[in-house]
Design a protein around this ligand. Structure first.
Ligand SMILES: Nc1nc2c(ncn2[C@@H]2O[C@H](COP(=O)(O)OP(=O)(O)O)[C@@H](O)[C@H]2O)c(=O)[nH]1
Ligand SMILES: [Mg+2]
Length: 224
């Protein structure tokens, strides 16, 4: 028989999450004060978060003041890719930590005070598990599911999908080539997170971008 779970372990984890929640609340108040929509992007590595942001920054350049806080274990590759598109990019290296937390976002947001954004995207560390537990002070969570990952991922990693306000099914331009089963994916999403809107997108062809931009504007209008 396995040992019972140590109560002490649970208490420590709860206190970490409590502390995170308090900082997240302060982050949200700051974004509200800036009248800035904060969007947390979550997915497995390689689902297309940076490609989506590259395209979004270029599309919205000149229409909105944009910023990206980008989390990465070790490199600034994604920040380099998003540079020179009119947005402020703040890199956060998390080292061994598999998710961003609210304190990291608070430090990053300090760097945006001179030119406060109207929309701040937060590209989380690519991971389908850890980032789900950490509120960053965002207004909305967007979970990306790429057509190459397997249609059953929402059933296997339900927590991240439960917390989503929007699902983007990415890389639709290669869906046919790789035999993506659209009905299976939609049905897994509807079972895991019923009612959450789904937009099919391609950062390569621009499919779904107008709908994605319009979702951003609708969310921005909801900020107090
Ligand atoms: N065909 C296709 N490839 C894409 C698309 N979006 C991203 N990719 C590719 O998928 C890989 C991972 O994308 P990236 O944006 O780095 O994913 P991230 O790790 O979630 O930030 C790269 O080789 C991208 O060029 C897309 O819409 N269509
Ligand atoms: Mg990336």
């Amino acid at each position: 028989m396995s040992d019972p779970v140590s109560p002490r372990t649970i208490v420590i984890r709860e206190s970490v999450l409590d502390k995170n929640r308090a900082i997240a609340r302060a982050n949200r108040e700051r974004f509200d004060a800036w009248r800035c929509l904060a969007v947390n992007l979550l997915s497995s590595p390689g689902a297309g978060k940076t490609a989506l942001l590259e395209r979004t920054l270029s599309d919205l350049n000149g229409r909105r003041r944009l910023a990206v806080i980008v989390g990465d274990l070790a490199t600034d590759n994604d920040a380099q890719r998003m540079n020179n598109r009119g947005a402020d990019i703040v890199q956060v290296n998390t080292g061994d930590i598999c998710h961003l937390d609210a304190a990291m976002v608070a430090r990053a947001a300090e760097q945006l005070t001179d030119r406060t954004p109207e929309v701040c995207f937060i590209e989380n560390v690519g991971n389908m598990v850890c980032p789900a537990a950490f509120d960053l002070g965002e207004h909305a969570r967007v979970v990306l599911l790429s057509v190459t990952e397997g249609e059953d991922k929402p059933l296997k990693y339900p927590r991240i999908f439960h917390t989503a306000n929007l699902i983007l099914v990415t890389k639709m331009d290669i869906a046919d080539a790789i035999g993506f089963d659209r009905q299976a994916a939609i049905s897994a999403l509807n079972r895991t997170c019923p009612g959450v809107p789904i937009i099919e997108v391609s950062s390569r062809t621009g499919l779904g971008m107008a709908e994605w931009h319009s979702w951003i504007e609708t969310q921005r209008a909801l900020i107090r």
